[in-house]
Design a protein around this ligand. Structure first.
Ligand SMILES: [Zn+2]
Length: 67
């Protein structure tokens, strides 16, 4: 599984998100304002989505979050 983790500023309610680009490469965006421990949790959370292949379906990320 190829992915790249980027730390970016985003609204505080969002801890992280994963976006698949057109090459099938996953970019995990983590909220830069979180503490180190929270960032670690957010990374684990996003990687869990990759492992469950949530992104192989037509579901949007928002829908995947509610599972
Ligand atoms: Zn999630």
């Amino acid at each position: 599984m190829d992915y790249y983790i980027r730390y970016v500023d985003m609204p505080s309610v969002t801890k992280g998100m994963t976006i698949e680009d057109s090459d099938g490469f996953f970019n995990i965006y983590i909220n830069a304002s979180l503490s180190a421990a929270e960032q670690e949790e957010a990374i684990k959370h996003e990687i869990r989505h990759l492992e469950r292949k949530d992104f192989d379906t037509e579901k949007s990320l928002q829908e995947a979050e509610t599972l």
